[in-house]
Write a protein that binds this ligand. Structure first.
Ligand SMILES: Nc1ncnc2c1ncn2[C@@H]1O[C@H](COP(=O)(O)OP(=O)(O)OP(=O)(O)O)[C@@H](O)[C@H]1O
Length: 233
C-alpha cells in the first residue's frame, strides 16, 4: 500500500509497430491537482486511456489506488474523455437524470447548482449547443460525481477565455481535497495557478514532473513560459 493514486511501472506501449512508450514510470500522489502537459501527439490521451483500462500496455504494470485497472477502478474514476460519448439529442435535464441513474455517487444538487451558476438552460439539447457550452455541461456532470480520481482530457478547449477562469473556480470550489484531479491540456496559463503539480510529456517520455511552486522558483519562470521554451517548434 502507498499514497499514490496512479502508478505506471515500466510501461511499454506501441501502436502497430510504432513505439510510443518504451519504459514509462510515473507516480501520481493522492489529493493533488495535477496538470498533464504536452504538445499534440505526445501521448497524453494514451496515458489517460491506460489509466481508465480502455487500452492495455504491451508490457509493464499499472496500479490505480493499488488495484489493476478493472471494473473496481472504474468505480473510483470520473472520466471526461477527449470526445463526447453522450447522446446529442438529450437535453441537459435528461443528462442529469441519466447520470443520476447510472452513477450512485452522482450528486444531482451539486450538478444543478453548477448548471445554474454557469447560466445553462436545462431544456437545451446537446445537439444545438455551442462547443463551449457542451464542454461545460460534460464537465459539470463529471465533476458532480464523488470520485477518488477525476481525469479530464482537454476539458475547456472550446470555452471562451473569459469563462475559463470562472469554470475552473467552480470546479475547484466543488472539488474534495482528498480526491485527485488530473487535467490534460495545452491551456497551461489558465490551469497553472490551480495545479499543485505538473507532468510534462514529450514524444512519449516524461521530461519533467514536480511541484508547480518549486519548479517556478527553481527555473525562475512560469510553467507556461517553461512549456513554450521546452516545446518550441
Ligand atoms: N489508435 C491509434 N492508432 C495508431 N496510432 C495512434 C492511435 N492513437 C494514438 N496514436 C498515436 O500515438 C501518439 C500519441 O497520441 P495521443 O492521442 O496519446 O497524444 P496526445 O498527447 O493526447 O495528443 P493531442 O494533444 O493531440 O490529443 C500520436 O503519434 C498518435 O498518432
Amino acid at each position: 500500500m502507498n499514497d499514490n493514486i496512479v502508478e505506471f511501472k515500466n510501461i511499454y506501449k506501441k501502436y502497430g509497430n510504432k513505439e510510443l512508450f518504451t519504459d514509462m514510470n510515473l507516480d501520481i500522489p493522492k489529493g493533488k491537482i495535477v496538470g498533464l502537459l504536452g504538445p499534440n501527439g505526445s501521448g497524453k490521451s494514451t496515458m489517460i486511456k491506460l489509466m481508465n483500462g480502455l487500452l492495455h500496455p504491451d508490457k509493464g504494470e499499472i496500479n490505480i489506488n493499488n488495484m489493476k485497472p478493472s471494473i473496481e477502478t472504474k468505480k473510483i474514476i470520473s472520466y471526461l474523455p477527449e470526445r463526447t460519448y453522450l447522446n446529442d439529442w438529450m437535453k441537459v435535464k435528461d443528462l442529469v437524470e441519466f447520470f443520476e441513474d447510472f452513477y450512485s455517487d452522482f450528486d444531482k444538487d451539486k450538478a444543478e447548482d453548477m448548471i445554474k451558476s454557469l447560466d445553462i438552460d436545462i431544456n437545451e439539447k446537446l445537439k444545438t449547443m455551442s462547443k463551449g457550452t457542451k464542454e461545460k455541461v460534460q464537465l459539470i456532470l463529471v465533476m458532480s460525481r464523488k470520485s477518488d480520481l477525476y481525469i479530464l482530457d482537454e476539458p475547456i478547449g472550446g470555452v471562451d477565455p473569459a469563462a475559463r477562469a470562472y469554470i475552473l473556480k467552480t470546479i475547484i470550489k466543488n472539488y474534495s481535497e482528498e480526491s485527485t484531479l488530473l487535467i490534460a491540456t495545452h491551456l497551461i496559463s489558465e490551469i497553472e495557478n490551480i495545479c499543485d503539480e505538473v507532468i510534462f510529456i514529450s514524444k512519449g517520455k516524461i521530461v519533467l514532473q514536480g511541484d508547480v511552486d518549486e519548479i517556478r522558483e527553481e527555473k525562475g519562470k512560469s510553467i507556461d513560459a517553461l512549456f513554450r521554451e521546452e516545446f518550441e517548434c
